[in-house]
Design a protein around this ligand. Structure first.
Ligand code: ADP
Length: 538
């Protein structure tokens, strides 16, 4: 028997309608290239979104067309999020930190028709413009006064584009399965691959990620996403914040500037912020150096890579801020797990609480996760067996743009991560499947060793890779950047004693000035493996 409920479509247009009517007074505060502090309400935002939708129509954008952005987190980018997707077109957020050849590849692969870019990226656009045959117009995200001198034909600034447009617009009816946005993974191997989100996946992800034991968004919160809006929809906060009436603080090009972030937190009363670990290390250093407190901030969500223990401990002890791990990926919109302590773990001692906080967290409703051994058998949640992480759910990709479905025979997507899940449901990523070190039949987690290494006070950053070994197949090599101090190999290796099984301790240490990173700020193990491929440890 069928249920008798209204089958209304889950679309971003509905988020917008709700936000405009119910949360119209919610503020959005931004820093942009042309304005040190811009402030308006959602009511004003959505009026401009309709002007922009009219402008897009005049530019000839039709349903299904791809519209690219190379932009920071700010109010104009937010307006594009809604105007493009709610017009039925597809918002293609391009990561400007990718190599120019990768950007050329993905804009051409997506066949973008218009590119909106922050003036900051003008040199990149000037370099690439002749190589992007599908792009008919470039728009600079600024006003006429700040439009830089350029050699791009017909370049218009955003404010001129929308200023005379009507603020009335009839939004098209959109089916919830229609594509809403597109984001390419950085492609650590091969070409970047496109993940094509739908209106439905976006709405469900916004609802799931806003829940109390996840991002916990509400009218009482002010969120400052440091995770860029050009990467996995800024973890969906540009949708979930307006949906819940959460105030948004968008730091524009100042995302890596500890002083600006501190100022924004304290001036705007930021309660929650989200981003990759390296940002939080920068903020922590700044707060300690300037002896500044951030009383409104009560939590930081960390994802993208594992969070060092020091970050969790120091934010808690020195600033009374709790740091929560979240895990996910571009293919998962991105949220999969979130680390919130259960009441029984909160009742345990500090050491046990910390051991749990270092895990990636518990599964968020809406995502089904299983871990499998190398033969595809599902593993129990014991905490000591690790295997491939497979996921399924309405906000998980079934394949990549212009490629077919890529699910396993059970209908799950293979994340390429290796993890264990303990009896309380906390998942712990132990590695990427390609980074696990296979030593004499045993599997060694490179991440676990890196986490230990960065716990040493003299170590600034650490990477562990497997290098070939005639006897064991592979052995771990530790590569470190140290603070400006002399520390010996012997001392660093001794630091692992008692922290991991003997066979896991790296065989040697290489000291380097810096480590290579990918466009999304993660360690590039691929580059390290190439660099040290001929190294033997004997
Ligand atoms: P994002 O940069 O948003 O994390 P990507 O798709 O670029 O998305 O990368 C996803 C991968 O990043 C995951 O498969 C996982 O390997 C790693 N990752 C994400 N979050 C965490 C985390 N909290 N701890 C450890 N690794 C993580």
């Amino acid at each position: 028997m069928q249920g008798q409920m209204i089958n209304s479509q889950l679309t971003i247009t509905e988020i917008m309608r709700h936000a405009e009517r119910v949360n119209s007074g919610t503020e959005v505060v931004s820093i942009t290239h042309d304005n040190p502090i811009h402030r308006y309400t959602l009511k004003e935002a959505f009026k401009r979104v309709r002007q922009l939708a009219n402008a897009l129509q005049d530019l000839g954008i039709k349903q299904g067309d791809r519209v690219a952005t190379l932009a920071w987190n700010d109010y104009r980018h937010l307006e594009l999020y809604y105007a493009v997707s709610c017009s039925g077109a597809v918002l293609h957020t391009v990561n400007p930190r990718l190599f120019p050849e990768q950007i050329e590849y993905i804009v051409n692969h997506a066949e973008d028709s218009v590119v909106f870019f922050d003036p900051f990226f003008l040199p990149l656009i000037e370099q690439l413009k002749e190589k992007l045959p599908t792009v008919t117009r470039f728009i600079a995200l600024t006003d006429s006064q700040h439009l830089p001198t350029n050699n791009i034909e017909d370049l218009t600034d955003y404010e001129t584009l929308i200023q005379d447009k009507s603020s009335q617009f009839t939004w098209p009816d959109i089916k919830e399965d229609q594509a809403s946005s597109l984001c390419y993974t950085s492609g650590t191997t091969g070409n970047p691959k496109g993940v094509l989100y739908s209106h439905r996946s976006t709405v469900l992800h916004s609802m799931g990620s806003a829940l109390p034991d996840a991002f916990s968004l509400s009218l009482d919160e002010t969120v400052m996403p440091i995770v860029p809006m050009f990467h996995v929809n800024g973890w969906g906060l540009a949708y979930s914040a307006p949906m819940t009436g959460t105030k948004l603080v968008l730091p524009g090009p100042k995302m890596a500037d500890g002083e600006t972030l501190t100022h924004l937190i304290n001036e705007e009363g930021v309660t929650m912020t989200a981003g990759v670990p390296v940002i939080w290390l920068t903020l922590l250093e700044h707060l300690k150096k300037t002896d500044t407190q951030v009383p409104s901030l009560n939590r930081i969500v960390v994802g993208g890579s594992a969070c060092p223990e020091l970050l969790i401990a120091e934010f808690d002890e020195l600033f009374n801020v709790s740091v929560h791990h979240a895990w996910g990926m571009t293919e998962m919109s991105p949220l999969g797990t979130f680390n919130q302590l259960t009441p029984s773990i909160k009742a345990q001692g500090q050491a046990q609480q910390m051991a749990t906080k270092l895990k990636q967290g518990r599964i968020v409703f809406g995502v089904d996760i299983r871990i499998e051994d190398w033969e595809g058998n599902e593993l129990d949640w014991t905490g000591n067996q690790f295997g491939s992480v497979k996921v399924r759910g309405p906000w998980v990709a079934s394949g990549y743009y212009k490629q077919g479905e890529q699910l396993d025979s059970n209908g799950y997507f293979d994340t390429g991560d290796v993890a264990s899940i303990d009896k309380n449901g906390y998942m712990m990523i132990t590695d990427r499947s390609k980074d696990v070190i296979k030593s004499g039949g045993e599997w060694i987690s490179s991440i676990e060793l890196e986490n230990i290494a960065v716990g040493h006070p003299d170590v600034k950053e650490a990477a562990v890779i497997g290098v070939s070994d005639p006897k064991w197949g592979e052995r771990p090599l530790l590569i470190v950047v140290t603070h400006q101090v002399e520390v010996t190999q012997q001392e660093l290796l001794g630091y692992f004693d008692g922290k991991v099984a003997k066979f896991c301790i790296p065989d040697a240490v290489v000291f380097v000035k810096d480590l290579p990173h990918t466009a999304t700020g993660k360690l590039s193990k691929k580059d390290l493996r190439t660099r040290f491929k001929d190294r033997t440890l004997g």
